[in-house]
Design a protein around this ligand. Structure first.
Ligand code: IPM
Ligand code: MG
Length: 353
């Protein structure tokens, strides 16, 4: 088979980390063709548009997209339409990537890299299912205006029943394949949008009698994630709460540099990217952790290409590399082998064989 991957290195550490994931994908010899395009600040610099037409076309034609990260202080002062983040939100919306899967699993070797006590996080394995194309992120109207002689800013939070139902189904299906527990996170005591969220989750629950559905308010969920994170199996939540909770949850594993993600449409096409950002402070130094991107490539093999064996091979290789003691700066502990981005890639390639 020849499958096409659109590679979007993006900004900051993006090019360094995607390069390592591309090496891993190529080494597997499973017939993947890769083509690179611009997204984010790199695209703004080249043509003034964070999601240019050429990239749109390539992304649309490809079977999957591999993305590094976008953004950086260099572009923060630009008008909102030209900010790198618009490119990322643009491609998510354009490709209909409504289901964002963010697995938060702790490698046993990294139990001491977490800021939480080992006995709280050992064995942690959570999946956060974040709705990705709705909510206050995309709601209209939005803006900053002058009203009655002062500046006035507004955003709109909304969800349709359909949007909630389709992400709910993804989450129930995932829980069914894991430990059968689904916690839906909302703020129904204050927000109507999330009252509908809770109602729809309850309505589809009878279709999944093998899954135990519970509900939690988002403030409590934020607290429970650091108090007793192992109570969770699958968490499903809206776009904004999911953004915040997934960053919080990532730190349970020691570093956000370890967390992959998949953003899927209704047909299994996906965009795969690390959950972390472009880390402009360490960009270009060859020290960034490429493992989240390599693990995102593994998710691509699993979800878009149905190559479960290859996916496990990559995940297994990452485990071996950690067991051998290789660590990038973000997960370094005394006594381990300090590795740069490319060395980490080398180690994964070697462990693949
Ligand atoms: C993420 C990021 C993005 C988001 C930003 C870069 C727009 O934080 O993927 O979590 O808020 O979705
Ligand atoms: Mg985020």
């Amino acid at each position: 088979m020849t499958k096409k991957i659109c590679v979007l290195p993006g900004d900051g550490i993006g090019p360094e980390i995607t390069a390592q994931a591309v090496r891993v994908l190529e080494a597997l010899g499973v017939g993947l063709e890769m083509e690179t395009a611009l997204l984010g600040g790199a695209a703004v610099d080249a043509c003034g548009d964070p999601y240019p037409e050429t990239t749109r076309k390539l992304a649309e034609e490809a079977d999957a997209v591999l993305l590094g990260a976008v953004g950086g202080p260099k572009w923060d002062a630009l008008p909102r339409e030209q900010r790198p983040e618009r490119g990322l939100l643009g491609i998510r919306k354009h490709l209909g990537l409504f289901a964002n899967l963010r697995p938060v699993a702790l490698y046993p070797e990294l139990v001491n890299a977490s800021t939480l006590k080992a006995e709280v996080v050992a064995g942690l394995d959570i999946l956060i299912v974040r709705e990705l194309t709705g909510d206050i992120y995309f709601g209209q109207p939005r803006g900053i205006e002058n009203r009655n002689g002062e500046r006035f800013a507004f955003n709109t939070m909304h969800y349709t029943e359909m949007e909630i139902r389709r992400i709910g189904r993804v989450a129930f299906e995932a829980a069914r394949r894991r430990n059968g527990k689904l916690c839906s996170v909302d703020k129904m005591n204050v927000l109507e949008t999330t009252q509908l969220w809770r109602d729809v989750m309850n309505e589809i629950a009878p279709e999944y009698p093998d899954v135990a559905l519970s509900h939690m308010l988002v403030d409590n969920a934020a607290m429970q994630l650091v108090r007793a994170p192992r109570q969770f199996d699958v968490i499903v939540t809206g776009n904004m709460f999911g953004d915040i909770l997934s960053d919080e949850a990532s730190m349970l594993t020691g570093s956000i540099g370890m967390l992959p993600s998949a953003s899927l449409d209704e047909n299994g096409k996906g965009l795969y990217e690390p959950s972390h950002g472009s880390a402009p402070d360490i960009a270009g130094q060859g020290v960034a952790n490429p493992l989240a991107t390599i693990l995102s490539a593994a998710m691509m093999l699993r979800y878009t290409f149905d190559l479960e064996e290859a996916a496990r091979k990559v995940e297994g290789a990452v485990g071996k590399v950690l067991a051998k003691g290789f660590r990038t700066g973000d997960i370094f502990e005394p006594g381990m082998i300090k590795a740069g981005t490319a060395q980490m890639g080398d180690a994964v390639l070697e462990a693949l064989e």
